[in-house]
Ligand binder design. Structure first.
Ligand code: SME
Length: 213
């Protein structure tokens, strides 16, 4: 099957829960490496196709089921810890996340992980720091929200936390970044179906990438 056909939704899809289940199944097939040594299991390759798959699948979902308040999902992508890029970036400043693979219009190159008393951190930083998914029904009502695109009205951000084995056999959780989805309509994402569906999607992505942390 041509890779671009992975965006097609099956006939008979009943609702958004089934949509996410379908997208996660497709992601497993599309993103999975062909062998344990497949170089395509690196995070740039996997996250690039993951962002495109989500963005295009939302487009097709909206064509079939309608949009949130008539408005589209306009951005899907990742913000990542600079240390993932340590071999290639001039700085590994731990106080920010850097723009990673995405699909949509140009966005902020980085987001700060440091708030101030007058300005709390943005949505991506809040999800990253708390380790919890953040659903924002109205970004303009959310203090600290960073507007990369003025047309965005609602947003959901899922943290990406990877478990790795230490040399002594114990394990630790490493925060590597966040998945961010934006929509031009208010209240596009809910705390139940969207949160669960996107968290499941992140689980697939985490399993597929060979992180080399
Ligand atoms: N709104 C985000 C910034 C990233 S853009 O939406 C792509 C935030 O508040 O962190």
């Amino acid at each position: 099957m041509p890779h671009a056909d992975s965006l097609a939704l099956p006939d008979g899809l009943t609702d958004k829960r089934a949509f996410y289940e379908h997208v996660c199944t497709v992601a497993e097939a599309l993103l999975a490496p062909s062998s344990p040594s497949d170089p395509a299991a690196n995070w740039i390759t996997v996250l690039s196709n993951a962002a495109s798959l989500l963005f295009g699948s939302f487009e097709n979902y909206e064509a079939a089921f309608g949009r949130a308040n008539g408005r589209r999902v306009n951005w899907a992508g990742f913000y990542l810890v600079p240390s993932l890029l340590s071999r290639h970036a001039p700085s590994t400043d731990p106080t920010q996340l850097l723009l990673g693979p995405f699909h949509g219009r140009p966005a902020c190159n980085s987001v700060s992980l440091q708030g101030t008393s007058s300005r709390p951190v943005g949505v991506c930083a809040a999800a990253f720091l708390s380790g919890e998914t953040v659903v924002v029904p109205d970004v303009e009502a959310r203090p600290g929200h960073i507007a990369c695109d003025g047309v965005t009205k609602s947003e959901v951000v899922v943290p990406v936390v990877v478990r790795r084995a230490r040399e002594d056999g114990t394990v630790e959780d490493v925060k590597v970044g966040v998945l961010d989805i934006d929509c031009e309509g208010l209240n596009a994402f809910d705390d139940e179906v969207d949160r669960a569906g996107l968290e499941q999607f992140v689980e697939v992505v985490k399993r597929v990438v060979r992180w080399e942390l």
